[in-house]
Design a binder for this molecule. Structure first.
Ligand SMILES: NC(=O)c1ccc[n+]([C@@H]2O[C@H](COP(=O)([O-])OP(=O)(O)OC[C@H]3O[C@@H](n4cnc5c(N)ncnc54)[C@H](OP(=O)(O)O)[C@@H]3O)[C@@H](O)[C@H]2O)c1
Length: 257
């Protein structure tokens, strides 16, 4: 039978923004019974709940008749600080058993070369240590899965990305280990290419525009990613019961140019 997310609880740490928000919205639109969006701030999580409910309802209403599952799922917001492993463990305890656990949380990108390594010793905290702690602590129901997030800099770093690329590499390797250690829970990772999200808000608008346009022209697909296009990969990894230990590269063909 074709899988949906009907009856499932989906938790998205990083669901308050960007790719994670796209995954949370797509989960609701795919019939999830309950979606938990997790931010670093309770206040932002609460705002995200309202935004998500409104966006999902509007999208469902705009779909051609008969093409959209009714949005019946509930939404909750929560917060943790991925720099603090006790906060990650406490969240996992609080949220209880879930079907699918997604980690898209990532703090500001530490770019540049050379880099002050003392000042950036915490570079692994959110994308690696936080994700690793959560994967060990979260209780997943039978048939459920964990999906983590890395990025195409793992294989094609740009200038100045030397020290963030290994963080992604560590998380990539972690997934293959967890697929064995946590089996039969399935554990996979999505590797996005350049995607238009809030992560680039710190970049001056004209620089951001140029970066997005230049990349779009270079990629075989002729455009950059959106949270909606990335969300498809997370949904697939949640629903397909025969995939584990895999990396899915959703990068518009970045590695072929
Ligand atoms: N966008 C891209 O082009 C791209 C490409 C490749 C890989 N990626 C990777 O994909 C992941 C998601 O990216 P995105 O573009 O969706 O980023 P984003 O829009 O900036 O979202 C990042 C999320 O991480 C959360 N977060 C940050 N610090 C946290 C902390 N200490 N504790 C808990 N949550 C924290 C944020 O929560 P608050 O908003 O509440 O702070 C937010 O929900 C990141 O790891 C990023 O490096 C992105």
């Amino acid at each position: 039978m074709v899988a949906t997310l009907a009856g499932k609880t989906v938790v998205v740490v990083g669901g308050s923004s960007g790719i994670g928000y796209g995954v949370a919205k797509a989960s609701l639109l795919s019939g999830a019974a309950h979606v938990v969006v997790v931010s670093h701030s309770q206040e932002k999580a609460a705002r995200t709940v309202a935004r998500l409910q409104a966006d999902a309802a509007a999208e469902a209403a705009a779909a051609p008749p008969g093409t959209q599952l009714p949005v019946t799922g509930t939404v909750a917001g929560d917060a943790l600080d991925a720099h603090d492993l006790a906060s990650v463990r406490a969240f996992c305890e609080r949220v209880g058993e879930v079907d699918h656990f997604v980690w898209t949380a990532g703090d500001r990108l530490r770019l540049g070369f050379p880099m002050d390594l003392e000042a950036n010793r915490d570079i692994f905290d959110v994308r690696y240590w936080g994700a690793a702690q959560a994967a060990m602590s979260i209780k997943i129901r039978e048939g459920g899965s964990i999906v983590l997030t890395i990025g195409s800099a793992i294989t094609r770093p740009r200038k100045g990305w030397s020290f963030i690329a290994p963080v992604l590499g560590a998380t990539d390797a972690l997934v293959r280990g967890l697929a064995i250690d946590l089996a039969p829970i399935r554990v996979n990772v999505v590797c996005p290419g350049l995607t238009d999200t809030e992560i680039w808000d710190g970049v001056p608008p004209e620089v951001k525009k140029e970066m997005l346009e230049d990349t779009a022209k270079r990629l075989p697909v002729g455009k950059i990613g959106t949270p909606d296009s990335l969300a498809e990969a997370y949904l697939f990894l949640m629903k397909c019961d025969f995939i584990t230990g895999q990396r899915i590269e959703v990068d518009g063909g970045n590695k072929y140019v």
